[in-house]
Write a protein that binds this ligand. Structure first.
Ligand SMILES: [Zn+2]
Length: 395
């Protein structure tokens, strides 16, 4: 088996060979084999994993024409015949996804003249980038349908080595980047591609193709899809979530969306109602605060912990709107912050802004407002009671 051969027969799961060399690079220990069936990362397809004798192959990379099989620890003895085993579940999954990508890209080109400009084979799903700005649901369905028809028609997937001169005999969508002898992957009368990846013998082995979603990405459309076993996995997982939601929402699949929409609308309504009730409660709270008589005004004061300053504003505003002779001083401590609100009715001849400006520097704080209403805050370098006392002494 030469390096070329593992491309030609993608179905080799186990093989015998010998170890040519054992070396180390920055990625770790690796062996080079006389012949190999392990696929190295390349052409958008991830590397194989598996074993050589009792050693796990954790990565396979091609570096300067050398295929490096990375192992967790080196062999003590590299002489004699060794047995290699490909992790077939992983490899066959890659074959299904990779060939599925050929088929879906060709379907988009055939049905809609949308060209694939790049693709990625991820752990969960694949993506292709199409050279269009937008795509409709109907477009996606049309390409998906054609792709699945090609799968059902059990078309052969053939590989052929050709010279550069022979390339013009084939209707390739894209000129291969490599020169010299070129490997073509052919689905007759449907797709002709220069490709070095591993493929099943027929389209039927891809099983099925399902487009999941798409989004705009750098002026193109990035489309997510799955092939083969991954279609079943997605169905299983998504159905599991739907089943759980059926019991959470107490609604069957068919009415799940309107049920969820109703719940969210109801929640928003309740939040609004709660907001209104809070306002009412704050006015009662404001009216319950008692004042003490001073020279020409009534002083109403209070300290709080852990309350939004907006509530203090509302309390103060409510009081001074009802009582023209009132001066209100409220202080709250929220964590390491001290905040204050001061307000007055129309009668007392006091400039609250001037009062507060004298106090803010004492708590390394700042604030603002007008003569009749001021607010601000700073650091809790003193207690809230102390701050209130200092404020009142300024009156
Ligand atoms: Zn390919």
């Amino acid at each position: 088996m030469t390096v070329k051969q593992y491309y030609q027969d993608a179905y080799v799961k186990g093989f015998q060979t010998s170890i040519q060399d054992q070396k180390q690079d920055q990625s770790g220990w690796y062996v080079v084999l006389e012949e190999t069936a392990f696929y190295p990362t390349g052409g958008g397809q991830p590397h194989d994993t598996g074993t050589i004798m009792d050693k796990r192959i954790i990565n396979v990379e091609e570096v300067n024409g050398e295929i490096r099989h990375y192992i967790e620890e080196p062999f003590e003895d590299i002489s004699g015949v060794v047995e290699g085993q490909i992790d077939w579940k992983r490899r066959f999954d890659h074959m299904q996804q990779h060939a599925g990508q050929h088929i879906l890209s060709a379907a988009f080109a055939e049905a809609l003249q949308y060209e694939t400009i790049s693709f990625h084979l991820g752990k969960e799903f694949l993506t292709i980038d199409l050279n269009v700005n937008d795509i409709s649901e109907a477009d996606a369905l049309q390409a998906e349908e054609l792709a699945n028809r090609i799968i059902r028609e059990v078309r052969p997937i053939e590989t052929k080595w050709v010279t550069e001169a022979e390339l013009s005999d084939y209707p390739l969508r894209k000129q291969p980047a490599v020169t010299g002898e070129i490997r073509l992957v052919i689905i007759p009368e449907f797709d002709y591609n220069g490709c070095g990846g591993t493929h099943p013998r027929s389209t039927s082995e891809v099983g099925a193709i399902k487009i999941l979603d798409w989004e705009k990405h750098k002026g193109h459309i990035r489309l997510q899809f799955v092939c083969g076993e991954r279609v079943l996995y997605q169905l299983h997982r998504k159905h599991g979530i739907l089943k759980e939601l059926t019991s959470v929402l107490q609604a069957p699949e068919e009415t799940m969306v309107p049920t969820a929409e109703q719940l969210i609308a109801k929640q928003k309504e309740q939040e609004k109602a709660l907001e209104g009730l809070k306002e009412v409660l704050l006015t009662y709270e404001a009216e319950g605060l008692l004042g003490v008589q001073k020279d020409g005004f009534t002083l109403i004061q209070k300290v709080y912990s852990d309350r939004p300053i907006q509530e203090l504003q509302k309390i103060a505003q409510h009081i001074v709107s009802k009582r023209e002779e009132a001066v209100v001083m409220l202080v709250v401590q929220n964590d390491q912050k001290l905040q204050l609100v001061a307000a007055k009715g129309s009668l007392p001849a006091i400039n609250l802004r001037e009062v507060a400006q004298k106090v803010f520097p004492l708590i390394n704080g700042k604030g603002g407002g007008k003569e009749s209403f001021v607010q601000g805050g700073g650091e809790a370098v003193m207690s809230k009671e102390e701050l209130l006392e200092i404020l009142i002494n300024q009156l």
